[in-house]
Design a protein around this ligand. Structure first.
Ligand code: Q46
Ligand code: ZN
Length: 300
């Protein structure tokens, strides 16, 4: 197999692109995909500071690596979820990356903000762990960005993540979730920062290859609560489709973004106001995060 760019021996084959690349040209292909995502969706400009949400996994650290090398002014944001050894290792991995690259890292703890770590939230709410965890992450990302003056938060969601989320929403016809499925969510309120996903054009396998070639030290273990999550089951189904028909995931997601999303995006969104307790954005009187913190306080 020969590299599509230089004709030398290829080291990675991308079946969905019907192409193969040598290591240096693959790295350039990867960076080009990120540049294209940022350009196409006007994610941020060179003058804006970008807060990069980092878990310590390959995707978020690969994203941070690219943005640093592209010359953007970034800070990392790590949310310590308090999930046993997994969180201890995740945090240490992010701290090592930040100090090796000489970039700032903000750490925010769910246990401090909510009153208990994710495993206790799971017990108290008797809901799947990802429910309280996801809610806390979205809230704390926005709050940290506002407090530290960042207009935008970038996350490491890749093509596989986005296709699996879309698959889940379509499976259950969650039509209110479909307009929010986008690589770039605008700010619709002064207290809501933009959220962008510059890796949405790249598959999980491609980010793994990038992290490997860049020798990024990332945490390989998944969150212990990820096992059994429906998103994993959806990823497995999509992987089987991809195996049988390379490009299936790409077509599913990009077809939605280009042809179907505009139809759903026309629906009026519920008006936003500020939470009576914390001042962050909500559609009700008190936001879901404050209600969660109350529930935890009562039970612990
Ligand atoms: S939501 Fe769920 Fe993740 Fe939180 S509890 Fe773990 S798997 S970390 S992406
Ligand atoms: Zn609130």
């Amino acid at each position: 197999m020969k590299c599509r760019k230089c004709g030398e021996q290829a080291s990675i084959e991308l079946r969905r692109h019907n192409a193969a690349f040598c290591a240096p040209d693959f790295l350039e292909f990867f960076r080009n995909q990120v540049r294209e995502a940022i350009r196409k969706h006007r994610m941020f400009t060179r003058d804006e500071r970008v807060l990069v949400a980092v878990s310590g996994g390959k995707d978020s650290l690969a994203l941070w690596d690219v943005l640093i090398d592209e010359g953007y002014e970034t800070s990392g944001l790590h949310l310590d979820l308090g999930i046993f050894d997994y969180s201890v290792e995740s945090r240490a991995t992010c701290e090592r990356f930040a100090s090796a690259r000489g970039v700032p890292l903000i750490v925010s703890s769910v246990a401090e903000a909510v009153g208990a770590p994710v495993p206790v939230i799971k017990r108290v709410t008797r809901r799947p762990p990802c429910s309280g965890c996801g809610l806390s992450k979205r809230y704390l990302m926005n709050r940290a960005a506002l407090e530290h003056g960042f207009p935008v938060v970038a996350t490491g969601h890749n093509l596989d993540d986005e296709a699996a989320t879309l698959f889940g929403s379509v499976m259950h016809w969650q039509t209110d979730a479909l307009p929010r499925q986008s690589p770039a969510l605008p700010s619709t309120h002064a207290k809501l920062v933009r959220r962008v996903k510059p890796l949405y054009r790249l598959s999980e396998r491609e980010t793994a290859a990038f992290a490997f070639l860049r020798r990024i030290d990332y945490i390989v273990d998944e969150c212990p609560f990820a096992e059994g999550a429906t998103s994993i089951a959806h990823k497995e189904i999509l992987n089987r489709l991809e195996e049988a028909s390379p490009g299936a995931k790409h077509n599913f997601l990009f077809g939605f973004l280009e042809r179907a999303r505009p139809v759903f995006a026309g629906a009026p969104a519920p008006p936003l106001r500020e939470c009576a307790r914390c001042g962050q954005v909500t559609t009700g009187t008190v936001c879901a995060f404050c209600k969660l913190a109350d529930q935890v306080k009562r039970a612990t």
